[in-house]
Design a binder for this molecule. Structure first.
Ligand SMILES: [Zn+2]
Length: 230
């Protein structure tokens, strides 16, 4: 049985050799980034000064080139075919010490919620698609504690002040949870100004959460908002 499966796999790989999802270079395994793209995109690190009320922010990739393209395909073209690529990236970094240390402190995870209407249009919450299975493997439940009570426009062309205005009061608890002493991980696809996650954290902390961390699939940590130095 195993032999047949391996043979089938070999045939498939021969007929459809795996390509890097970013630059189409040939790679060994399906959904794998080529070394050049991995080098450019993977930037697992912690933000040294997380904006209050967030206690820690970790990103998996830089919000550049490949990861930006992949996430936009998922979010704006509803293209679920990129999900295995994102999952593979997560799996590849998942046993890194930074990640394991980060997760040691966490009780459970919460996705950034979509408005009911957007969820219906898109058919899925991209944060759940990206992180759900991976979190389950790490024995961390993903709980829908938060809901989005106001519809908001797309944020990508809004500056920090406008985002804050648009996002204030957008999130609420799905019910009156008691989160006393809980350490909660918000999972989000893209972290730029952090306004969305900060608004989510405010609600979680108002319910008693002790710590709120963020694991973002992609972030520039505000770097692209700075005027380039000459
Ligand atoms: Zn590549």
């Amino acid at each position: 049985m195993n032999f047949l499966r391996e043979l089938w796999q070999a045939v498939i790989y021969f007929l459809f050799p795996p390509h890097c999802p970013n630059c189409r270079e040939m790679v060994d395994e399906r959904y794998q980034l080529c070394p050049k793209c991995a080098e450019k995109i993977l930037r697992l690190d912690l933000k040294s000064d997380p904006p209050a009320p967030l206690d820690k922010v970790l990103r998996v990739t830089k919000y550049r080139e490949g990861s930006r393209t992949l996430l936009h395909k998922l979010k704006f073209n509803n293209n679920l075919r990129v999900v295995p690529v994102l999952k593979k990236i997560l799996d590849d970094v998942s046993n890194r010490e930074e990640i394991l240390n980060f997760l040691k402190d966490v009780d459970f995870a919460v996705p950034v919620p979509l408005h009911q209407k957007r969820l219906k249009e898109r058919g899925f919450n991209q944060s759940e698609e990206i992180f759900g299975e991976w979190l389950a493997k790490k024995n961390l439940p993903l709980k829908n504690i938060l809901i989005r009570i106001k519809e908001t426009p797309q944020l990508y062309d809004l500056g920090k002040a406008d985002r804050k205005k648009v996002l204030t009061g957008v999130f609420a608890a799905a019910e009156q949870f008691d989160l006393s002493g809980k350490k909660i991980l918000i999972v989000d696809d893209i972290f730029t100004t952090g306004t969305t996650c900060k608004e989510c954290a405010k609600v979680l902390k108002s319910l008693g959460a002790e710590k709120v961390f963020v694991l973002a699939f992609a972030s520039d940590f505000g770097e692209n908002l700075l005027t380039p130095k000459k």
